[in-house]
Write a protein that binds this ligand. Structure first.
Ligand code: SAM
Length: 213
């Protein structure tokens, strides 16, 4: 499970495939709205805003939490430097199987298992953690477990980039990280906020507080 697979992959999504992906995503949202968090995958504008400041050549270990139907995963696979390590996480089984099959990559289940995946693979920390997890609606314990995993796994110079559909995580992220910047992406359903966070706040031992109202 911890091998880095590669294979022939097409990152060009055809219209019919796109519709199929959107329908599958909507179906998964209807079945588990508090896990999936939105009705449709992220827009190209949101994806490009998430990756705006990433220097892929200096990014050796990458993790993506909550890959969904893989709209961001495909972009990461296209942009990442050859030889870099990539760990994708998706809790929903059908989506996970689809990602494994279509993208020919290993996909782990619960994002809270990130430290274990990194340790078993190479014992390295992540330079970049991308999150699509809907913290606003996830159970508090899940948010706590995932954010603890993120804080443990991010390297000292690493970056955590997450999107949410509101500013509700801003103060929690500001406690956990030294530097937090935000930007709004209106061209997305629903409009989203990108959080770019650097410098894990180890001194204050900032333990994530979970859901913020
Ligand atoms: C808002 S969707 C984002 C999907 C995709 N990244 C995108 O941008 O379109 C959130 C995804 O996180 C997944 N998820 C929720 N909790 C998770 C967890 N604990 N571990 C891994 N994935 C999780 C959901 O199943 C869903 O596919």
């Amino acid at each position: 499970m911890f091998s880095q697979r590669s294979g022939n992959r097409s990152t060009i999504t055809q219209p019919a495939e796109l519709i199929k992906e959107k329908l599958l995503f909507a179906k998964k949202f209807a079945a588990a709205p508090r896990t999936v968090g939105s009705v449709t995958p992220s827009s190209p504008q949101l994806i490009s805003s998430m990756f705006r400041n990433v220097d892929w050549q200096k990014t050796g270990v990458i993790a993506e939490l909550g890959a969904g139907t893989g709209v961001m995963t495909k972009e990461i696979l296209k942009l990442k430097a050859p030889g870099s390590l990539f760990f994708a996480f998706e809790i929903e089984k059908e989506l996970r199987e689809m990602l494994k099959r279509d993208l020919k990559i290993d996909v782990y289940d619960d994002a809270a298992k990130l430290p274990r995946a990194l340790e078993a693979a190479h014992g390295r920390k992540a330079d970049l953690i991308i999150s699509g997890l809907p913290f606003a609606v996830l159970p508090r314990d899940t948010t706590l477990a995932v954010m603890r995993a993120v804080l443990r796994s991010l390297s000292d110079n690493g970056t955590f980039i997450a999107f949410q559909y509101s500013f509700h995580m801003k103060s929690a992220f500001e406690r956990m990280f030294e530097e937090v910047s935000t930007r709004l992406v209106v061209m997305n359903i629903p409009p989203a906020v990108v959080y770019e966070c650097r410098g894990v706040n180890r001194q204050r031992g900032a333990v994530p507080c979970g859901k913020e109202q």
